[in-house]
Ligand binder design. Structure first.
Ligand code: NCD
Length: 394
């Protein structure tokens, strides 16, 4: 074993990697969206729902705040982040996890030429989980291998969570996106009352519960949006899904070859389109989808050669204006990982009051999902269930 040298592990196919991040039916590290199975997603949904409901009661909040109060989390975010950072930080607060942060590498010992791996090993000696977003693409993955090596050596090892790795993956965003979809496509949520979706079943008799069989459209920066890359990989686990990708005709923004190959391999039907007004099988795209996921153009990834072409793009076919929203199915959620671009206006604020606009709720779901993930990583589900039952079992 050579600590700190993970080049050959990084080059392996996903199928070989997943076993190192999951053990039996549990997530050990959270690195790639591929590692989530439907059973994980269903368990996390139940956990997140329990946390959300308990949080609505004063005494429930207090009970939650005792759940993980002996745990400490390191938030290592050296790439810009608002929602992911704050929702992890809020998730820690909800559960009583104490957290510390490094957001500027100039203020850590990397300014003294400490290696990234030494830094991570230090974090693992003070904290019980490391949640990290760095510019270096495979770094969280390498850190997970380091933790596995340390465990084999009988040394201290803690879970590593990838909170966004360059333009590649954002697995915890996929978790909150799936949670938002699970809750949307549920006719009868925990309140026992019929949801809006239930009422719409008369108008859309083919509408079924759950994510299986749904048609998803993604629009915007498909090539460089890591949230889309991760969500697509998770949604492919559900049988019968179909996908459309709507992006400007610039190679960097279109579906990348690795995701295409993945979709073919998973036998998921998909098509690429060049406008939200496109038709699919003679029907308008907008009237054919069960969910529309919009992203901003990720200009921070523009290279020196791209800048000119990117400025030339006509974004009008990709903007979700209110008249386009009016052509969507009444139940179809409009999602966006945020931040949205106030100049490009891929979703103008005039859409925000539409009932299909779920993006603010989606962002709030990040807090519940990330709290559920912490409960899972620390194996506290049974204790949470006991707390939940003490409040809600009648
Ligand atoms: C996204 C990200 O950082 O990848 N935001 C987020 O985490 N919610 C999307 C983006 O930056 O466009």
């Amino acid at each position: 074993m050579r600590l700190y040298d993970y080049e050959s592990q990084l080059r392996r196919p996903f199928s070989e990697k997943v076993a190192e991040f999951n053990s039996a039916d549990r997530l050990r590290h959270v690195i790639l969206a591929e590692q989530f199975e439907i059973s994980h997603l269903d368990n996390l949904r139940r956990t997140a729902d329990m946390i959300r409901r308990l949080s609505k009661l004063r005494a429930g909040e207090e009970a939650l705040a005792g759940l993980l109060r002996t745990k400490r989390a390191m938030l290592y975010f050296t790439q810009p982040s608002t929602r992911t950072f704050l929702s992890f930080s809020s998730a820690c607060q909800i559960l009583g996890v104490r957290s510390s942060e490094v957001r500027d590498p100039r203020l850590s010992s990397s300014a003294k030429r400490e290696s990234e791996f030494d830094a991570i090993r230090m974090f693992s000696s003070y904290f019980d989980v490391i949640i990290m977003r760095t510019l270096n693409e495979p770094h969280a993955e390498s850190c997970a291998y380091l933790m596995n090596d340390l465990e084999q050596l009988g040394q201290r090892s803690v879970p590593v969570v990838n909170a966004g790795s360059a333009a590649d993956e954002h697995p915890t965003q996929a978790l909150l996106d799936v949670y938002t979809l699970q809750r949307t496509f549920d006719f009868d949520q925990e309140t026992g009352g019929a949801t809006r979706l239930y009422a719409l079943r008369n108008k859309y008799p083919e509408l079924q519960l759950g994510l299986a069989g749904k048609t998803f459209a993604f629009c915007g920066d498909i090539g460089r949006g890591r949230t889309v890359r991760s969500l697509v990989r998770v949604l492919c686990k559900y049988p019968g899904v179909k996908m459309y990708f709507v992006a400007p005709d610039v190679p960097a923004l279109r579906l990348s070859d690795d995701i295409k190959a993945f979709l073919h391999h998973q036998n998921v039907p998909f098509a690429e389109l060049d406008s939200l007004d496109a038709t699919v099988g003679e029907k308008p795209l907008l009237g054919s989808v069960d969910c529309l996921y919009i992203t901003r153009i990720q200009r921070e990834h523009d290279g020196p050669d791209d800048a000119g072409a990117m400025q030339q793009i006509d974004l009008r076919p990709f903007r979700l204006t209110p008249d386009r929203v009016a052509r969507m199915r009444e139940y179809a959620p409009i999602m966006h990982p945020f931040p949205r671009d106030q100049v490009d206006q891929e979703i103008p604020t005039s859409v925000d009051t539409d009932r299909r606009a779920v993006y603010f709720r989606q962002a709030r779901n990040g807090m519940w999902t990330r709290a559920a993930l912490l409960v899972h990583l620390f194996g506290a589900e049974n204790r949470l269930s006991d707390v939940f039952d003490s409040f809600f079992r009648n």
